[in-house]
Design a protein around this ligand. Structure first.
Ligand code: CA
Length: 230
């Protein structure tokens, strides 16, 4: 689904995606998008943040509730990092800033859809344990000391990637390329926001009854992150 009130950009996206074999629904308002999403499951939503009726961030938050598994790529003319962070925190998996080229949009969308298909279908189903953290790779669930932790798709992929190299540093570039897009360009703010939210959600397990602390995600300045058992 494309959610964009601007005729030129909306048509460019809709026709460009259709020409590449995607089935596309185009909605021009936030309300229209939410109604559409209540009745249809979408693999991916390209969501403009500047909509005429409901703020894109609010649309994103509600979309995330209606369709937890869909990939949401937000589109913003706002270069301001605060807007980007607000959008990511409201549930978007990724963002593109306007103006953009159709080639890069298609590359990004293809990478997202390939990755979610891969994540669902063909990963080895070995479980991973890091201290009190248990990851059920096949079921795509995780728990801390037996307390389930609900993660969004990209948060899960990020945790899984760090857990696969638990105790070792994983570089920002590696994380961006493995979890988001091998042809990543632009800011890696997305990564920091997802790490912050992962830390928060893992920590909440303690409030929900876990007795053992979750593994820590350590920031390695200028390099990346490391997941290590507490
Ligand atoms: Ca707009």
């Amino acid at each position: 689904m494309v959610v964009e009130d601007d005729d030129t950009i909306g048509r460019l996206l809709a026709t460009g995606l259709q020409a590449n074999g995607y089935e596309v629904r185009w909605q021009r308002t936030g309300r229209g998008a939410l109604i559409e999403a209540a009745g249809n499951a979408f693999d991916l939503v390209v969501l403009d943040l500047g909509l005429p009726d409901v703020d894109g961030v609010e649309v994103c938050r509600e979309l995330r509730v209606i369709q937890p598994a869909t990939v949401i790529v937000m589109l913003t003319a706002r270069q301001d990092e605060i807007d980007v962070v607000a959008g990511l925190e409201s549930g978007a998996d990724d963002y593109l800033t306007k103006p953009f080229g159709m080639v890069s949009v298609l590359a990004r969308i293809r990478a997202h859809l390939r990755r979610s298909a891969f994540a669902v279908g063909s990963q080895p189903v070995d479980d991973i344990d890091v201290g009190s953290l248990h990851i059920d790779v096949g079921a795509r669930t995780c728990s801390v000391d037996g307390v389930p932790v609900a993660l969004r798709a990209k948060e899960f992929d990020l945790l899984l990637r760090l857990a696969q190299d638990a105790g070792s540093a994983v570089s920002r570039g590696q994380l961006m390329s493995d979890v988001w897009d091998e042809n990543w360009f632009g800011s890696t703010k997305t990564l920091d926001v997802h790490i912050a939210s992962l830390r928060r959600k893992l920590g909440e397990a303690l409030e929900d009854g876990a007795l053992q602390a979750p593994p820590a995600i350590t920031t390695l300045r200028g390099h990346g992150y490391r997941l290590e058992a507490a």
